[in-house]
Design a binder for this molecule. Structure first.
Ligand SMILES: [Zn+2]
Length: 260
């Protein structure tokens, strides 16, 4: 399975918890040392790609963050994350599962604004890339981050080609039931994309889900993809702030996405 990752993403780029030093280290180690995963390097997204999801003032404001920042280059990293999302989607649309090990996250970035550690909406940019190139005509976005993906809803909520679901539920079983119900009730689509946040984890901010729950979510994505959208599936990292356990949680989700 392909893991989309750029070595620059090791570096901190802002003072938010998402940009913290060392945040991706456990995940990088897991995928370097686990058979069956290949790291692949993305290019930054073009301005045209970013403008599919965002207004020009937002693009220009994020560019300005690089001059204002004392702790890194948020624009450079955000463009790379969006490019990583596009590459992940391009792999997935050919029927291979893929995961974007990217940061900054994106699901709080709206067409005309951004907040919540996000700059550009990676998943919206990726899905709009596939739609605008005629590679898909519909998508299901499963956002299992602890926080509501307001930016994704802002950009794609009114688009009849896209279904967005943010599950909720206390404990693994309740949460998994919500995910399953939403997938069961979905019409057939051309691809399933996960905004994969790991901050619902029991040892992270949400104090809710176990590592095994992330594997089970991945498995539901796998089964949905096999039955409903020709195996086309991908995930993109959103939140997740337990540095030590982030790697094993992402691995659990990726194993599940392969039906393991
Ligand atoms: Zn979150």
């Amino acid at each position: 399975m392909k893991i989309v990752f750029h070595p620059l993403m090791r570096e901190s780029y802002d003072n938010t918890p998402a940009g913290a030093p060392g945040r991706l280290d456990s995940a990088i180690n897991v995928f370097r040392n686990h058979r069956g995963y290949q790291l692949t390097t993305p290019e930054p997204a073009s301005e045209n790609d970013i403008l599919q999801a965002h207004s020009l003032p937002v693009l220009n404001r994020v560019k300005g963050e690089d001059d204002a920042s004392h702790s890194g280059q948020p624009y450079k990293m955000a463009a790379l994350a969006a490019g990583g999302a596009i590459l992940t989607a391009d792999i997935a649309v050919k029927g291979q599962p893929a995961f974007g090990l990217i940061r900054p996250p994106g699901h709080h970035a709206s067409r005309n604004s951004y907040w919540g550690f996000c700059y550009f909406n990676n998943i919206a940019i990726a899905v709009l890339h596939l739609l605008s190139h005629g590679l898909i005509s519909s998508a299901f976005i499963l956002d299992f981050d602890l926080h509501f993906g307001d930016g994704t809803v802002n950009i794609l909520g009114g688009d009849r080609r896209v279904i967005i679901h943010n599950p909720e539920g206390h404990g693994d079983d309740n949460y998994l039931s919500d995910v399953k119900l939403a997938l069961d009730n979905s019409p057939d689509v051309d691809i399933i994309a996960a905004s994969a946040g790991f901050d619902e984890y029991e040892h992270c901010w949400g104090h809710n889900l176990s590592t095994d729950a992330f594997r089970r979510i991945g498995r539901l994505v796998f089964e949905f993809a096999q039955q409903r959208c020709g195996g086309r599936r991908f995930g993109l990292l959103e939140g997740g702030y337990n540095h030590e356990d982030l790697g094993r949680n992402i691995l659990a989700f990726c194993e599940g996405m392969q039906g393991k």
